[in-house]
Design a binder for this molecule. Structure first.
Ligand SMILES: [Fe+2]
Length: 184
């Protein structure tokens, strides 16, 4: 990936997210899950998956805050640092960001970046959605329950957007589980 590798991704995430709640622990755990499930994507895509899992939440770093929509703030920063557009696009659109972007008024800004969909995006979503914000490995059902609790006080539009996103998340997690097969 043009000199940008998984090690550099981890160092960047550590620099930006250490001390930001437990976000570094979350992305480090998501990256470990990515390594564990890497067989669900073609071999040539495995480094991209681990890199995107490591970087997907860097937009939570206070220093990067521009729009306040973390997938976009993270993607903008990575683009500025010269990360491959594919990684930037995966971060911008991770975990159904599109569903939440409208409530944040940033749909057009997000659309600047490619939304590749497919097995790598599904696998990234799985890594995020089976890792709690503090880095614990959890089931998708637990993650969703926890998110409902955390966003209980969110504005109506944001809660509705999350509800609309949920079936999309569930379907992607099911696709990854099917690709993993019984030996997961
Ligand atoms: Fe995440």
């Amino acid at each position: 990936m043009d000199g940008k590798d998984t090690g550099e991704a981890l160092a960047l995430a550590r620099d930006l997210l250490t001390g930001v709640d437990r976000r570094y622990e979350h992305v480090a755990a998501a990256a470990r899950t990515a390594e564990r499930i890497a067989r669900v994507v073609p071999e040539q895509d495995r480094d991209v998956l681990v890199t995107a899992a490591t970087l997907h939440d860097i937009g939570y770093a206070p220093a990067l805050r521009r729009t306040g929509f973390h997938p976009l703030d993270g993607a903008d920063h990575l683009k500025g640092l010269g990360w491959p557009l594919r990684v930037v696009g995966l971060v911008a659109h991770h975990s159904g960001a599109r569903f939440l972007a409208r409530a944040h008024g940033v749909e057009d800004l997000l659309d600047v970046y490619p939304d590749e969909g497919g097995p790598v995006a599904d696998a990234l979503l799985f890594c995020d959605m089976t890792t709690a914000p503090d880095g614990r490995t959890v089931s998708f059902a637990e993650r969703v329950r926890d998110a409902h609790g955390r966003h209980r006080e969110a504005p109506e539009a944001a809660r509705r957007a999350r509800a609309e996103r949920e079936p999309f998340l569930r379907a992607a997690v099911a696709r990854v589980q099917a690709r993993l097969g019984p030996a997961r």
